[in-house]
Design a protein around this ligand. Structure first.
Ligand code: KMH
Ligand code: ZN
Length: 322
């Protein structure tokens, strides 16, 4: 790539240097204007210094029988969403369950879920297009028919414990094209460094996303994906497209190291019971809100308190409510 991130102004043949600032990679021109004025910010988006907190409350992997606090009904999801908004979340990443608490991509349920979350909260509603590892590509593409504000878009296949989370290039391309047609803002999920390369390919082929802004989520510590540690986070962030914002989440016991590394590197945060069901060693999570509260407290300590949903909409290029 020939460029540095994380404040390292590496010499580059490109006319810019990416410098993290308030969770965005602010683009500094390397060209000094003829006036002699100091180089200044170029094509980056002005944002406040806050932290965008996404909550991923349910996921598709944990069973309600094993994790009783997991929100699996619509009522439980809405209650969690309200608590998490009050605790500092601005985005909710949604997987839903059927009447037997099993993961589903049922379109009517998804549509009802989007409506209920909009009715009860101001959160940006981001539906998962990843679903469960058993979900087919057609059903995953059809998630956009529920007309969410935003959706996840994973940029490559990854081993996923004993399973495979399959995201071949033609599927990624189709899904991305469909987000642009439908006016849904994608969040690019990156489980591995190779996914970052695919994100560059996608943006090169099909252009900017709906809303005009690239936001990524580093999903770290999946067995089979990139490890959840500070060194890997630094590498991944330095490879992101110029102007991109990013959040990070660490699966399981990598939750805290990834959260602390993300805050120190100027990133945003994703937390929730999709990603961890232990609050501390030997202490199960009692609810998503306590994970958001902890993230919000650490963000405040880092002098970047949680963003409100309206600030997050401005940052991500998500339209007002439809
Ligand atoms: N449940 C995983 C197989 C996403 O939501 O987009 C995929 C996942 C990613 O959770
Ligand atoms: Zn998910």
């Amino acid at each position: 790539m020939g460029r540095g991130g994380l404040g390292l102004a590496v010499m580059s043949r490109q006319p810019w240097t990416a410098v993290p600032e308030g969770g965005i990679l602010r683009i500094m021109t390397n060209h000094t204007p003829a006036t002699g004025a100091a180089p200044g910010p170029a094509a980056s988006k002005p944002t406040g210094p806050g932290t965008l907190i996404t909550v991923a409350p349910t996921g598709a992997e944990s069973q309600k029988s094993a994790v009783p606090a997991l929100p699996v009904t619509l009522d439980e999801l809405v209650t969690t969403a309200k608590e998490c908004q009050a605790a500092g979340a601005a985005v909710i990443h949604v997987h839903i369950r059927d009447a037997r608490a099993q993961p589903t991509l049922d379109l009517a349920r998804l549509t009802d879920t989007v409506a209920a979350l909009r009715e009860s909260t101001d959160l940006i509603v981001q539906l998962s297009t990843g679903g469960a590892v058993t979900d087919g590509f057609e059903a995953r593409l059809a998630v956009l028919d529920a007309a969410p504000d935003a959706c996840s878009l994973t940029c490559g296949t990854v081993n996923f414990g004993d399973e495979v989370f399959s995201n071949p290039w033609p599927f990624i391309r189709d899904l991305y094209a469909r987000t642009k047609e439908r006016g849904v803002v994608p969040e690019f999920e990156l489980f591995d460094l190779g996914h970052v390369a695919t994100l560059h390919r996608l943006l090169g082929d099909l252009g900017a996303p709906h809303g005009g802004h690239v936001h990524c989520d580093l999903v770290m510590g999946v067995p089979g994906g990139m490890p959840g540690d500070a060194a890997t986070l630094v590498q991944a962030v330095s490879a992101l497209p110029p102007g991109a914002t990013w959040s990070a989440t660490g699966i399981g016991r990598t939750t805290l190291p990834v959260m602390l590394a993300a805050l120190s590197a100027g990133g945003h945060l994703r937390v929730g019971m999709e990603d961890t069901t232990s609050f501390a060693r030997g202490r199960p999570v009692t609810g998503n809100a306590e994970l958001v509260e902890r993230a919000a407290a650490l963000a405040a300590l880092a002098q970047r308190p949680p963003m409100r949903p309206d600030q997050a909409r401005a940052l991500l290029g998500v339209n007002g409510r439809r």
